[in-house]
Design a protein around this ligand. Sequence first.
Ligand code: ZN
Length: 344
Amino acid sequence: MRRLILFAAALALPLLVLAQTAQPVERTLNVIYLVPNDFGPLPGYRERLGKILLEMRDFYNRELARNGSPARLRMPIDPATGLVALEEVRGSHPLAGYPYEGGWKAALPDVQAYIEAHPRPDRSDRTLVIIPTYKDNPGVPFYGLGTFCFALDYEGFDYKDCGKDTPAGEKFKPWYGGMAHELGHGLGLPHTHATKSQAEQFGTALMGAGNRTLGFTPTFLTPGDCAFLESSPPCRVFAPRPLRKAEGFVPEVRRWGGTVRVSGRLPEGCSVRRIVAAYDKDDFGGVNDNYDAESFVVPFDASGRFDFAFPMAEIHPGRTGKVQIQLRLVHDDGTIELFRHTLD
Ligand code: ZN
């Protein structure tokens, strides 16, 4: 933990310098309400979802601040109501044309055509698409997909039910936490699990099982989550350098004195801003295999050198002893390069 704290302090200064030398455009998340051509919009959606999204944004921003990050998630605000403003897009398909499986293929062209026809100087490349439905479980796309993420609206989906031990509260819980979790994917976050001390102090990681706890029991963002968010366009507060990938980068990963150590050096001139290391147990490779992976921000020096030992006391035991280390290089512009190393 101490290494992480020192690292955060060391980074505060370069961030300030960057902020003074260039005034970046503050880009916002695109928030789209995609209405099927035979269903919706649902009553009061602008007020209901405007409030839900405002609370979600405030959760992200409280957690960024708690983690000492200068980044803030920006969503468009309706000046008349102070709520998050949704852009209504008329879909070209009926509700049945946007199924959970593969429905994104129908939704994306509708949304992309709208965004192209409605340019705005503060648009980012990240988009949350909400589709109204009358079905649960969930009936429409509900996942992150690159720079897009999908969630749903149902009649009566209302923030007044947040945290309530009532049937309406139980219904609210997975769709609210789920929307916040899928939004995390859309902003660039992989799955992660709380470390032992994080679990004790802060509860459930949003990008772990937090999709079923947010607003009900303590839920949080990890320092690793914040390292990703800092480069994500709707959160970034610095002017990014142009993308220069870490060509030829080869991290060394080895078991060492009861722990696992990762070391290496970033290529000179690459635009990597952060390194996040994950300790993924048992199963890996599939999109849902890393819910159990604790993650850590890896400090590196001015020449790009790093040497990091996973704090084993913070890591929950796996079932099989199989471990894959994942190193994610987070570039200024939000691009993420992933390196996997499976240990014998
Ligand atoms: Zn997920």
